[in-house]
Design a protein around this ligand. Structure first.
Ligand code: FES
Ligand SMILES: [Fe+2]
Length: 444
């Protein structure tokens, strides 16, 4: 562990500094695996990815291989994707549908409930040996909230998922309520990597401060396309929203006001067609009839949410990206992201969402490469951490209502991080839970 503290949280000055050793030291990553990824609730997948009985998706969660599957009894299961015979990865396909999964090594087969169903030459096992004792193991805790499935590897975890999510549930509701049935992950995902520490992406995913500089070229492009960017961003000063501490290390920042549905949200380009704009307005009307004006304004208000430690939901009306990431090394992470849509949207609007998912958020899109470059350069810069070990995240620390361009959302993350790593909790900055998308509209 670094000799210096992980953070300096000085409420007097005030200032908030983060030790760059947390980004580079292998010993710290080992502790993060144990104290964070082995203890927190971690995102597995969305229920809509498993439409049919026996559908499965394989992925790694907290560094461990799992199978996310729908069983013959229509239950969602999370199984450890490791053959109980001699430890080989069982299912190697990313996704599929099948009653049984067969291990490549000696041919043991397991069903989507994790039961060992058959193996070659079964008669050669001793009489007392039981197949039922060799089922696929499961994470100690698996639970869901409104279609979002999580697991926890800590058998001693006593906090329920609902309690763990704290006020982040409000923000998941804002996403889930966009569909009358269930939000749906569009087919396919983005899988990419970055030579940067994983915590930099937790910071960057809700960093309103960097948008105007890091993504300047993109902003010039959408301005040139006719989008009234100034109107959207409160005179071009920033994204225009507030920031909120949602509890337990989770935080959100709001986008500017585009809740009336007369223009696309966040940093989106102008609607790709008049028809898409018309469809968007009709959707707003449908939501308002169902939920009333206030909740509809919030739903369409747009927000970036970071759920500690490694789930991000960027819901900007132009699309909703669900993103998770995991550190392979202190300076290297792998990222997966999906697009989440209401199945009710028209093809035109769905095409616009998919286009933004690809061309804005995609690994070769108009935003993500900027972020990859910025975070990789930070990581390179951290080579000098012994000379100057401190990152500065003090913006807005003296404000009653920090903005999305301040750094409250990052301090919230780092305080939870520090608590889990050191066992010492520090008091939160403000006990008030703010609705960031409301702040965006009222400017308060
Ligand atoms: S390791 Fe899977 S069948 Fe032997
Ligand atoms: Fe960015």
């Amino acid at each position: 562990m670094a000799e210096l503290p992980l953070i300096i949280d000085d409420r007097e000055t005030p200032k908030f500094w983060v030790n760059r050793a947390t980004m580079v030291e292998p010993g710290i990553l080992e502790q993060e695996r144990e104290k964070i990824f082995d203890r927190c609730w971690l995102y597995v997948g969305h229920e809509s990815e498993l439409q049919n009985v026996h559908d499965f998706r394989t992925r790694r969660v907290g560094g461990r291989p799992v199978i996310f599957t729908r069983s013959s009894e229509d239950n969602i299961n999370v199984l450890v994707n490791v053959c109980t015979h001699r430890g080989m990865i069982l299912e190697t396909r990313k996704e599929g549908n099948g009653r049984n999964m067969r291990c490549f090594y000696h041919g043991w087969s397991f069903n989507t409930d994790g039961k060992l169903t058959s193996m070659p030459q079964e008669e050669d096992y001793p009489d007392g040996w039981k197949k039922s004792e060799r089922c696929l193991p499961r994470p100690p805790h698996v639970d869901s909230y409104r279609g979002f499935w999580f697991l926890c590897w800590d058998k001693d975890q006593s906090e329920s998922l609902f309690d763990y999510l704290a006020n982040a549930t409000d923000y998941i509701d804002l996403v889930a309520d966009q569909s009358d049935t269930m939000m749906q992950i569009s087919g396919g995902s983005h899988l990419y990597s970055m030579h940067a520490n994983w915590k930099l992406l937790a910071e960057n995913s809700a960093d309103g401060y960097h948008a105007m500089t890091t993504h300047n070229r993109y902003i010039q492009m959408i301005s040139a396309s006719g989008a009234d960017f100034k109107k959207r961003t409160g005179g071009g000063k920033g994204l225009g929203g507030g920031a909120a501490d949602l509890g337990n290390g989770h935080a959100a920042v709001g986008a500017s006001d585009h809740s009336k549905g007369d223009r696309p949200a966040g940093l989106a380009r102008a609607f790709h067609s008049e028809e898409a704009g018309k469809d968007y307005k009709e959707r707003r009307q449908h939501l308002a009839e169902k939920f009333g004006e206030e909740w509809t304004d919030r739903i369409l208000g747009g927000r970036n949410v970071v759920i500690f430690p490694n789930l991000v939901i960027v819901d900007l009306g132009m699309g909703c990206t669900v993103r998770t990431f995991y550190p392979e090394e202190p300076g290297y992470m792998e990222i997966t992201s999906w697009e989440l849509s209401p199945p009710e949207v028209t093809d035109t609007l769905n095409d616009a969402r998919k286009s933004d998912f690809l061309t804005f958020w995609g690994p070769a899109g108009l935003a993500t490469p900027d972020d990859v470059e910025a975070l990789s350069r930070c990581q390179k810069g951290f080579a000098s951490y012994k000379i100057d070990p401190w990152n500065d995240l003090s913006r807005g620390m003296d404000k009653e209502h920090p903005a999305s361009t301040d750094e409250l959302q990052m301090r919230v993350f780092w305080r939870k991080y520090n608590e889990l790593m050191t066992g010492e909790a520090v008091q939160e900055e403000s006990g008030v839970y703010e609705k960031v998308d409301m702040i965006a509209r009222t400017g308060k």
